[in-house]
Design a protein around this ligand. Structure first.
Ligand code: AMP
Length: 453
C-alpha cells in the first residue's frame, strides 16, 4: 500500500521554517499586545452565507476559491478563506457591550482553492488584526503603522513599499464605476475573458487586471479619488496626515482595490520590493459596511489588515534574515549500559530543571553510533557515562566544538556545561510560576465571563 501523499498545496511546517514561524508570531504578538490588542480565534468553519455576503459574490475567493461543502446536518459551510467576516460575526455576537473600539488580532490558518504557484498555497496562515466599533482616521493610519512596525521587527525594514488608496463610500463608488465601465465599453476587444467578466460583474476589479493593455489603459482611465466628495476626501487627507506624523512613507496608487468586496475609504497594501509576482506581503482597509452586509441593523465602523505568514517567512529567507536557534541542543547524554542509564535519566531531568536543552541516548548503541547522533543533532557538549564512570559517579565531558574531553564528577558537570554555553542561551520559561496567580475557585460571574457557551 502506498503512503497517502500530502493534499496538494498544503504544507507541513517543521524544522527551520517552523522557527521562522515562531519568531514571526512572537514579533506580531508583542506588537499587538503593546498596542492594546487581544487575541481572537474563530472557528475554521463558517456558514457559506457569511462569506458570500461579506467577502462578496463577485470576488475571486467566492467565485473560484472556496473549500465549501455541506455538512452532515445539511448546512452549507466553508473552511474560512479569511478571518474578517468571522471576527465581525464574533464581535456582533459577543462584544457590542465592551469599551469601543475593540482591538483584536488573530494568527490563523486559512483555506483558498487557489491556482497553485509560489507564494500561493491552499492552506496558508494569516496574521491579522481588526479594530471595530469606532470611526477615526487615526485608526487607519495606526493599522498601517503597526504593519510597518511588524515588518521592521522581522528585519525587513527598507525592503517594502506601502501603497494606499481611497475607495470612498458606496455612492461615490457607484458613480465612479459607471464612468469606469463606460471608459472600457469601446475597448472591450482589448480585454481577455477574465477582464470582460469583471467589466460585467464588478468593473472595480479591472483595476486589478494583470493584462498589460489594461494596465496601460488604466493610466488614463478615470480615477476613484476624483470621485471622492468632501467628507471622503477629508478622511483620506487625515489618514495621510497621521501617516506623516507616524513617519510612515507611502505611495498613493489609484489602481489599488484589493480582492475583497467590503472595503470603503482607505485601502492599502504592503508590497515586497523584489518584483516577485506574488509581491503583496499583506494588506488591509476600512470596512464600515461589512456588518450591515451580513445582516446587522446599522453600519459598524471597522478597519483591519492581514499579512500572509508564508510570504513574510519567504521574504525573510530571501533577504538573508537569520535567526538564533533557541531549540539548539546544548547537551547529549550518552550512556553505555544499564547502570549508566540509571544515572543518565535523572541527569537528563536535572539538565531540564537547569534550563538546558538536552537529549538522552537510548537503547544500547555503541559509543561511535551515539557520538554520530550527538553530532547530527548539533549538540555542543556530550556527557559520556560508561560502566566505570557509573561506579565512580563521574563522567567524561566532551566539548564538541573544541574537540576536548575531561573527566568530571557527575554532581558538577551540568554547572560546567552552563558556564560554557552561557546563561543567555538557556531556555528560562516557567509558565505555571509566571502565570497562575490564584487557584481559589472563581465567582460564578467571573466563570461566565471566561467560559464558552
Ligand atoms: P487577503 O485576505 O486576500 O487580503 O490577503 C492578505 C495576505 O494574505 C496577502 O497579501 C498575502 O500575503 C496572503 N495570502 C493571500 N492568499 C494567499 C495564499 N493562497 N497563499 C499564501 N498567502 C496568501
Amino acid at each position: 500500500m502506498e503512503i497517502p501523499p500530502r493534499v496538494r498545496w498544503m504544507q507541513d511546517i517543521f524544522g527551520e521554517y517552523q522557527r521562522y514561524f515562531t519568531f514571526l508570531k512572537k514579533v506580531a504578538r508583542h506588537e499587538f499586545r503593546t498596542n492594546g490588542f487581544t487575541r481572537i480565534t474563530t472557528p475554521i468553519l463558517e456558514l457559506k452565507s457569511l462569506i458570500t455576503h461579506s467577502t462578496g459574490d463577485g470576488s475571486d475567493i467566492v467565485t473560484k476559491e472556496m473549500f465549501d461543502f455541506t455538512d452532515k446536518g445539511g448546512r452549507e459551510v466553508v473552511m474560512k478563506p479569511e478571518s474578517t467576516p468571522g471576527v465581525m460575526r464574533a464581535y456582533l455576537e459577543h462584544m457590542l457591550e465592551e469599551p469601543q473600539p475593540v482591538y483584536l488580532y488573530y494568527i490563523e490558518p486559512h483555506f483558498r482553492y487557489d491556482r497553485p504557484q509560489k507564494g500561493r498555497y491552499r492552506q496558508f496562515h494569516q496574521i491579522g488584526a481588526e479594530i471595530i466599533g469606532e470611526v477615526d482616521p487615526i485608526l487607519d493610519a495606526k493599522a498601517i503603522y503597526i504593519m510597518a512596525q511588524i515588518l521592521d521587527g522581522l528585519g525587513l525594514a527598507g525592503t517594502y513599499t506601502v501603497k494606499i488608496n481611497s475607495l470612498g463610500v458606496a455612492k461615490e463608488r457607484e458613480k465612479y464605476l459607471i464612468e469606469l465601465a463606460s471608459f472600457f465599453e469601446n475597448k472591450k476587444h482589448l480585454l481577455d475573458e477574465t477582464d470582460l467578466a469583471r467589466l460585467e460583474k464588478n468593473p472595480l476589479r479591472l483595476l486589478d487586471s494583470k493584462n498589460a493593455d489594461v494596465k496601460e489603459l488604466l493610466k488614463v482611465a478615470p480615477k476613484m479619488t476624483d470621485f471622492l466628495k468632501k467628507d471622503s476626501l477629508e478622511f483620506y487627507t487625515k489618514v495621510k496626515e497621521y501617516l506623516d506624523i507616524l513617519g510612515v512613507k507611502y505611495e498613493e496608487d489609484h489602481t489599488l482595490v484589493r480582492g475583497l468586496d467590503y472595503y470603503s475609504h482607505t485601502v492599502w497594501e504592503l508590497v515586497d520590493g523584489s518584483g516577485r509576482t506574488q509581491d503583496a506581503l499583506g494588506g488591509g482597509g476600512r470596512y464600515d459596511g461589512l456588518a450591515k452586509s451580513i445582516g446587522y441593523k446599522t453600519e459598524v465602523p471597522a478597519v483591519g489588515f492581514a499579512f500572509g505568514a508564508e510570504r513574510l517567512i519567504e521574504a525573510m529567507i530571501e533577504r538573508g534574515v537569520q535567526l538564533k536557534n533557541k531549540d539548539k541542543i546544548h547537551l547529549y547524554i550518552m550512556q553505555l549500559g544499564d547502570e549508566a542509564k540509571k544515572l543518565a535519566l535523572p541527569l537528563n531531568i536535572e539538565a531540564r530543571k537547569k534550563w538546558l536543552n538536552s537529549l538522552l541516548g537510548l537503547g544500547t548503541p555503541s559509543i561511535k553510533v551515539q557520538l554520530k547522533k550527538a553530532n547530527r543533532v548539533g549538540a555542543r557538549f556530550v556527557i559520556v557515562i560508561g560502566i566505570m564512570e557509573a561506579k565512580k559517579w563521574i563522567c567524561q565531558l566532551k566539548d564538541m566544538d573544541r574537540g576536548t574531553q575531561i573527566e568530571m564528577p557527575l554532581d558538577n558537570v551540568l554547572d560546567a556545561v552552563i558556564a560554557e554555553v552561557g546563561t543567555d542561551a538557556l531556555s528560562f520559561y516557567h509558565p505555571s510560576r509566571d502565570f497562575i496567580i490564584s487557584d481559589v475557585p472563581m465567582s460564578e460571574e467571573k466563570m461566565r465571563r471566561v467560559s464558552m457557551d
